[in-house]
Structure formats: structure tokens, C-alpha cells
Design a binder for this molecule. Structure first.
Ligand SMILES: Nc1ncnc2c1ncn2[C@@H]1O[C@H](COP(=O)(O)OP(=O)(O)OP(=O)(O)O)[C@@H](O)[C@H]1O
Ligand SMILES: [Mg+2]
Length: 578
């Protein structure tokens, strides 16, 4: 919990001031019932004797002053508590977001994106609620309870007994029910996560679901998740709802006994009627305070569990630090030297990979799904660190290049990359404040100009994920984004799979003519997309089973020949030879 305490310490003054004010408010509140008793027991007889209302007004003013002062200090205490808890969670959320942004891809795999989102949103919310409720009630409730008991005991030794007997009973029932309900709340939260996931998956897969007539299946699936959630909500809600009526019943029963006992003592002349009124007020205060412990207990358990989930991320080590590695001799612009890598540390996803590309050369990568194509790019971009070997850019190990510098070298289109709901031009610029002329040039070279015009130009807007553009149009916008920064190294992962052969060929021609000094990595499923590359890697299960030019591979690599022949049968290879 060291981070949580650190944030709390930073808001130390606010917390101290809030607690002091809440302390003062509780003290003032405890004076009010006594002041009321004074009005009834001293003020009324004095007024009757004097024949005017002055004594009542006198005592009434004292009570009003206490009431207003209690109100003001309580209000100020609550405002400061809110302020402190908001500041604590703001700091926490900020650091958490920064940390999540700096996590390595491997760590993100471990945490998962949806869990990172829920830690940033609902967990920080729980921590916020915990601090707010604890600051507001954490001091107030015990002071009102213990202070109330002490005050009543000093006024009468018998009546408080009726109450003190009840407190353990209330505490017992509240703790029992709260302990039952807390795991239910957790389970409810987990089922809510399942539901959110299902909604996300359903919404993003809506086209596939419709195309495959899976709508009924999806609806049944959702119904089940929804039922599960509703059932848990109901059970948690009912258990939680029992706490208040049960404690209220005990409270009222103890009040009845206090009144009966008090009436007996008043009749016997041992007590004044005003004191009974004061006692009833004290008891209400004490019992309310006792009841509020269940709420504090609940937010505390929830808040601490959430704080732990947040700390777990904050405590993750920084793995992608810049390492001091001396530059080495390399005749290539980009070189992989005997690179091995595994996502799970067990089976190699890339093994003993070596190749070198001179500046401006193109590497084509082809292979079955899951053969490691994207993995090579992930390693080049240093989204993951290699387990063995080295990746060199201009003789510098990627691990020794500062992150910003490394990122600035690349123009990248990932497989299934995303467009966002904004102007086409902004989607290409991608927050880099590029020259509009560069954006336009990239669009032209990515063969996107004609359809951008049809859509209404660079200011025309895309809907979420670019859903109002076709698959091939989206790919061209993404390629334009990769080209617009005039990168040193261009990485296209399956970026032209949805383009027709003509457009794909035009794109390759434009790349060759305009990006002669850009080193290019092109992952493709089609031989036609990479046949003119300077080198081609054929991958299978993370191993290189062929390395050479198209012609060399046609002569030497059985697997490559097979892919090419299958595609030639569908006239793809011929069609693209331009
Ligand atoms: N984040 C990850 N965690 C664990 N395993 C992964 C991860 N990403 C990929 N893999 C595994 O690594 C292997 C290589 O995956 P990779 O994404 O490189 O394949 P690919 O050749 O790009 O396939 P595709 O043509 O389908 O894009 C696969 O077995 C895949 O399941
Ligand atoms: Mg891939």
C-alpha cells in the first residue's frame, strides 16, 4: 500500500484540516441534545416563573448557535474531505495512466487491456469513495458513538445500559450481513465485467454476427449473462437491504425501552422529562453512528481491494528502459542477428532469425497465419524485447535507442489497425501536426486521393473505426498515415490485403519511386505483393524456411513455390506482374 499512503501523505494538510473540522462538528453536535434538555428542564420553568419567554429564548439561542456551528464545521469538513479524496485519486489515476502507457507489450498482455481500463475507472472510483467516506465518517462515527455514550453515562448511569446492551447486537448483525454481502458485491462486479466484455465483443463483431446469422445465438448468450448479473444484483441487494431495517428495528425497540425506563424514573422523581428527550436524541445519534460502521466497513474493504489492484500495476518494474549498449559494426540499415523470442517463455515464436537490409531495401515476409510475421515487426519496433540475439538499426541496438527517437524512425500500419471518428486528414496526420502538403502527398501515394475526393475531401469525417469506408479504402488511409511522416523505416503488416491487384501494384510502384531511401518491411499473404522485394523471408512456425529473392525462392523453396502456384492458379501472380 506504499503508493496509496504516498498519495494520502501528499494531501496531508487537507486531510488533517478535514479531520479536525469533523472532530469539531462531532463535538458540537454532541452539545445539542444537552442544550435541548436545558430548554425543557431549566428554560421552561424559568419562563413560567418570570412570566416571559426570555429564558427560553436564551437557551434556544445557545442551542441554535450549536446547531449552526455544527452545520458549518460539518459542511466545511465534508468539502475538504471531498477535495482531499479527489486529489488523492486524481494523482493516482494520473500515475496509473502514465504507468499503463509505459508498460511493455508483454506487461499489457499480463494485465489485459480491459482490466487496465477497469483499474483506471472503477477501481480509482472505489478508492475515491473509500477516502471520502472514511474522512467523512471515519472520525465522526466513533466520536459520536463513544462521546454519546460517555455523555449519557455522566448524566444518568442507568438509562444508557439499555443501549449499551443493544450496540453489540447491532454490531454483530451488521458485521455478519456485511461480510456476507461483500463477496456478493465482488461477484456482481465480476459478472458486470463479463457483461461489458460481451457487449464490446458483440458490438465490434456485429457484422460477422449478422453475416453468419449468429444473432439468435448472441442474444441467447447475452440473455444468460444478463440473467447471471441480475441474479447476483438481486441477491446482493436483498442482503444489503436487510441491514438497515433490522438495525432500525433494534434501534426502535431500544428506544421504547429507554422511554419506558425513563418514564419510570421520571415518575419516581429520579429524572427530569427534558433529560429523557435529550437521551432519546443521544441514542439516535449513537445508533446512527453504529449503523454507519457497516457502510464504512464496506467501502473500506472494497477500496483496499481496489487500491491493491492499482498498486499491482504501479509496482510493475520498468522493463523497456534504454540500455547502454555500445554501437557495433553493421553494414546494414536494419539487421537481425540470431534473434530468438518467445511470448510465454516456453516455445519459441521466432528462432535464430538473421538477416540484413541496406538502406532503401525492401523485405517481404510471407508465411501461414501464426508463423511469426507480426512478431518480427513487434521486435523491430521494440514492443517486445528479444530473448537472445540483437536487432540493430544503423549498428545501434534497438534497446539502446531512446523511445521517442526509435518511434520517430518508423511509419507503421499494423494488422487490423484502427481509424477514429474524425476528419480523414486528421486520421492521416495522427496528432503529429504534419504539413498539410505532406498529408496530401501521402494520400496520393497511398492511392487514396480519388476516393477521398469522392468522400468530400480531407475534412470529410469518418465514423467510428472508419466504418463508413470500405475495407480497401481504410487500408489506403492507414498506409497514408504510415507514409505521411516520411519515415526512415516503413512497416506494413498485411496492409494491402483488401486492395485490388491493380491498386496494390500502383502502390508498390509509388513506394519504389518515392521512398527509395526508406527501408521497407512488408508482410503479405499474396506473393504478388512482395515478389519484387529485394529479399523475401518465408516463415513457418517461427523458423525461416526460405530466404532470397522471388526467383531464388521459386527455384529453391518448396513451400514458397507451393504458395505461388496456388495463387497463380487463381491468376493472382500474373495479374500483379507490373
Ligand atoms: N501477445 C501474444 N501473446 C502470446 N502469444 C502470442 C501473442 N501474439 C502472438 N502470439 C503467438 O505467436 C505466434 C506468432 O504470431 P504472429 O502474430 O507473429 O503470427 P503472424 O504470422 O503475424 O500471423 P497472421 O498471419 O495471422 O497475422 C502465434 O502462435 C501466436 O499465437
Ligand atoms: Mg500477423
Amino acid at each position: 500500500m506504499k503508493h496509496t499512503w504516498h498519495y494520502a501523505k501528499k494531501a496531508g494538510w487537507l486531510i488533517a484540516a478535514a479531520l479536525l473540522l469533523k472532530l469539531a462538528a462531532a463535538y458540537l453536535e454532541l452539545q445539542i441534545p444537552s442544550a435541548l434538555a436545558d430548554i425543557i428542564d431549566d428554560g421552561v420553568p424559568a419562563a413560567q416563573a418570570a412570566g416571559n419567554l426570555d429564558p427560553i429564548l436564551h437557551y434556544g439561542t445557545i442551542m441554535a448557535i450549536f446547531a449552526v456551528a455544527a452545520f458549518l464545521t460539518n459542511l466545511a469538513g465534508n468539502v475538504l474531505s471531498t477535495h482531499a479524496s479527489c486529489r488523492i485519486t486524481e494523482d493516482m489515476r494520473q500515475d496509473l495512466f502514465r504507468k499503463v502507457s509505459y508498460l511493455s507489450a508483454r506487461q499489457v498482455d499480463e494485465v489485459t487491456i480491459s482490466s487496465a481500463i477497469s483499474r483506471l475507472t472503477s477501481d480509482t472510483y472505489n478508492v475515491n469513495t473509500m477516502f471520502m467516506r472514511c474522512l467523512r465518517m471515519g472520525v465522526r462515527a466513533p466520536i459520536l458513538m463513544i462521546g454519546g455514550i460517555i455523555v449519557t453515562l455522566t448524566k444518568d448511569p442507568v438509562l444508557p445500559v439499555a443501549l449499551i446492551v443493544m450496540i453489540p447486537l447491532i454490531a454483530f448483525i451488521t458485521i455478519k450481513l456485511t461480510r456476507k454481502v461483500i463477496p456478493m458485491f465482488r461477484e456482481r462486479q465480476r459478472r458486470l465485467d463479463v457483461m461489458v466484455n460481451a457487449v464490446q465483443a458483440g458490438a465490434s463483431g456485429i457484422r460477422v454476427i449478422k453475416a453468419l446469422s449468429k444473432t439468435q445465438y448472441e442474444m441467447d448468450h447475452f440473455d444468460k449473462i444478463n440473467d447471471d448479473l441480475a441474479e447476483m444484483r438481486y441477491r446482493a441487494g436483498v442482503t444489503n437491504a436487510k441491514i438497515h431495517p433490522i438495525t432500525a428495528l433494534i434501534l426502535n425497540l431500544s428506544l421504547v425501552s429507554v422511554i419506558v425506563l425513563g418514564a419510570v424514573r421520571v415518575t419516581g422523581g429520579q429524572m427530569l422529562p427534558g433529560q429523557i428527550v435529550a437521551f432519546i436524541n443521544y441514542f439516535t445519534i449513537i445508533l446512527n453512528a453504529t449503523m454507519s460502521f457497516s457502510g464504512i466497513f464496506m467501502v473500506l474493504t472494497n477500496g483496499l481491494a481496489s487500491a491493491q489492484r492499482i498498486e499491482q500495476v504501479l509496482n510493475m518494474p520498468e522493463t523497456m528502459t534504454v540500455e547502454e549498449l555500445p554501437p557495433v559494426e553493421s553494414e546494414y540499415a536494419v539487421e537481425f542477428r540470431d534473434v530468438c523470442f518467445s511470448y510465454n517463455g516456453v516455445d519459441h515464436n521466432v528462432s535464430h532469425l538473421s538477416f540484413g537490409l541496406k538502406e532503401g531495401e525492401t523485405l517481404g515476409i510471407i508465411g501461414a497465419t501464426g508463423s511469426g510475421k507480426t512478431t518480427i515487426l513487434n521486435l523491430l519496433l521494440r514492443l517486445y524485447d528479444v530473448d537472445e540475439g540483437q536487432i540493430l538499426i544503423g549498428g545501434r541496438d534497438v534497446r539502446s535507442i531512446p523511445n521517442d527517437e526509435l518511434r520517430a524512425m518508423f511509419g507503421v500500419t499494423f494488422q487490423n489497425d484502427f481509424l477514429f471518428a474524425d476528419a480523414i486528414g486528421k486520421n492521416i496526420d495522427f496528432f503529429r501536426d504534419l504539413d498539410p502538403a505532406a498529408v496530401k502527398k501521402a494520400a496520393v501515394l497511398a492511392q487514396a486521393e480519388a476516393f477521398i475526393e469522392d468522400k468530400g475531401g480531407m475534412d470529410a469525417t469518418l465514423t467510428i473505426r472508419g466504418n463508413n469506408a470500405s475495407g480497401g479504402q481504410r487500408q489506403r488511409l492507414l498506409i497514408a498515415r504510415a507514409l505521411a511522416g516520411d519515415p526512415k523505416i516503413l512497416v506494413l503488416d498485411d496492409a494491402s490485403s483488401a486492395l485490388d491487384y491493380r491498386t496494390d501494384a500502383d502502390l508498390r510502384k509509388a513506394l519504389a519511386e518515392n521512398y527509395a531511401h526508406t527501408t521497407k518491411f512488408i508482410v503479405a499473404q499474396r506473393v504478388s505483393s512482395i515478389r519484387s522485394a529485394d529479399q523475401i523471408l518465408v516463415l513457418d512456425g517461427g523458423e525461416v524456411i526460405g530466404h532470397g529473392t522471388h526467383d531464388e525462392l521459386m527455384a529453391s523453396c518448396e513451400a514458397y513455390r507451393e504458395i505461388a502456384h496456388i495463387q497463380m492458379e487463381t491468376e493472382e501472380v500474373d495479374d500483379s506482374a507490373s
